[in-house]
Write a protein that binds this ligand. Structure first.
Ligand code: GLN
Length: 493
């Protein structure tokens, strides 16, 4: 017997609507899956049994009274722990926020709840979303469900691991340089970063405000599109929120790719990409061509500098954003003789090494005398990246590349060398610098049994075509909705 925890959103909704499944049953199956996997995965920092059970009971009762709350009625959803949740501890993976209980919900969380979603809990992440493996979490790393000696990716590693394992049907992640797409790729699930401004950042604990974007992690492309329809929308509480029209992102699913122009990014699909990743990538590109897409190779010369620019801009913004953690306003305080000493001690005790490194790098890059040489230069590269993309999208509808140059690496194998960790983001960072959308779809498995992800990128507000191509990649891949071995028995395959 397979578990309801493995259903897709569309399947679960049909079951709930038709009375074949209750929100309570679905939630208990999700909790059971968490009990089975959490000791090894540590995908969650907090599981909110009590409130989730109350919400599921309320969903069932509403339905018994003929009320269908919304498109996520009764669906168990996990939230990355850098989005604030009212009355539920929110740590951003940092000891400096240990015990912090926010007084309000992030706008994206409110949107999920209004659509009927049940919040299962808060997922693990690299501290303040700085990292690519969840090993920078102040609460210990998460593991990859496909091989628990390996990382799930990051920084939304807990969200991706939970969705892959079935301890959440859908999760929210945040993506500043790849933190939704890269862990989705390493965990064999779908992860999508929307156009900057599409999903409100209100209540997202800021890392680098000009790059941060919230998005869905799910097991299917359709589920990601359906979730985006719920969380996207104008929010007066976020000054960068998009004010135009928000279409139905599922409108073009199933239309196929005939006649669409697909550009393979030359700089991101050759040197530096692992041969097994490259071969799965090429097969997926071939399948798009077989589906009638017009495939060409496109050169984006500035890609070479994007990573360096990101590692100046993101730390610079983080050094300003993290100044608010001063021992007075939130969470941890370590006393000292003066205010200055108290703040210094609090920060020394509360921030981990990677966050400290970023604050120092960012402060340096912004300091008088170095500003033009570092931050100013990086902003110019950012403009070149935007121009490269704009030029490329004059000739193609979407761009494609592998999501990550490698599959899931061993826990501990890259922690000593920050640069080798930073290099993992080479394919995902350009879309953040440009503010454009990107999605990772699983397309295969390597020799070690680890998932390989395929990235599709589109112009700003090009979500419909992005999902359209993603759906075709999903359909054509040999993936077939696979599950990690650790849950296969429970899944019933
Ligand atoms: N891994 C990248 C970093 O460390 C991206 C993180 C993110 O997208 N939040 O900055």
């Amino acid at each position: 017997m397979s578990s309801p925890a493995d259903l897709t959103l569309a399947e679960a909704s049909a079951g709930l609507r038709g009375g074949k499944l209750s929100a309570r049953e679905l939630l208990e199956a999700t909790f059971d899956r968490a009990s089975l996997t959490e000791a090894e995965l540590h995908a969650y920092l907090t599981i909110d049994h009590e409130n989730a059970r109350a919400a599921a009971a309320a969903a069932d009762e509403a339905q018994a009274n003929g009320l269908w709350v919304g498109p996520l009625h009764g669906i168990p959803v996990a939230i990355k722990d850098n989005m604030v949740t009212a009355a539920l501890q929110t740590t951003a993976g940092s000891q400096i926020l240990a015990g912090y209980v926010p007084p309000y919900d992030a706008t994206a969380v409110t949107a999920l709840k209004s659509a009927g979603a049940i919040i299962v809990g808060k997922t693990n992440l690299d501290e303040f979303a700085m990292g690519s493996s969840t090993e920078n979490s102040g609460y210990g790393p998460s593991a990859n469900p496909w091989d628990t000696t390996r990382v799930p990716g990051g920084s939304s590693g807990g969200s991706a691991a939970a969705v892959a394992a079935g301890s959440a049907m859908i999760a929210l992640g945040s993506d500043t340089g790849g933190s939704i797409r890269q862990p989705a790729s390493l965990c064999g699930v779908v992860g999508m970063k929307p156009t900057y401004g599409l999903v409100s950042r209100y209540g997202l604990i800021a890392f680098a405000s000009s790059l941060d974007q919230i998005g869905p992690i799910s097991r299917t492309v359709e589920d990601a599109a359906a979730t985006l329809e719920v969380i996207a929308g104008h929010d007066p509480l976020d000054a960068t929120s998009y004010r135009g029209e928000y279409p139905r992102y599922r409108s073009l699913l199933g239309e196929g790719v005939s006649g669409l122009r697909v550009g393979v990014v030359a700089e991101l699909s050759g040197a530096g990409i692992h041969p097994e990743v490259l071969s799965a990538f090429r097969s997926a590109v071939d399948s798009l061509a077989e589906g009638g897409a017009i495939v060409s190779e496109v050169s984006l010369p500035s890609m070479e500098y994007a990573l360096s620019a990101y590692y100046l801009i993101a730390p610079a913004e983080c050094s300003a954003n993290l100044a608010r953690f001063d021992g007075v306003r939130y969470g941890l305080r370590v006393d000292g003789a003066t205010v200055e000493e108290m703040t210094a001690r609090t920060r020394a005790a509360g921030f981990g090494p990677e966050v400290t490194r970023r604050i120092l790098l960012g402060t340096y890059a912004l300091s008088a005398g170095y500003y033009d040489a570092f931050y100013g230069q990086a902003q110019k590269v950012r403009t070149l990246v935007i121009q490269d993309f704009t030029r490329a999208y004059e000739g193609v509808d979407v761009l494609v590349s592998p999501t990550s140059p490698i599959t899931a690496f061993e826990l501990g194998s890259r922690t000593e060398d920050p640069l080798s960790m930073y290099l993992v983001d080479v394919c995902t960072i350009p879309s953040n610098l440009a503010g454009t959308p990107g999605i990772s779809v699983p397309v295969g498995i390597d020799g070690a049994g680890l998932p390989i992800g395929f990235q599709i990128m589109a112009p700003a507000l090009g979500e419909e075509v992005l999902f359209r191509v993603a759906a075709e990649v999903e359909r054509a891949s040999a993936w077939n909705n696979r599950r990690p071995p650790m849950v296969e028995a429970d899944h019933g395959v």
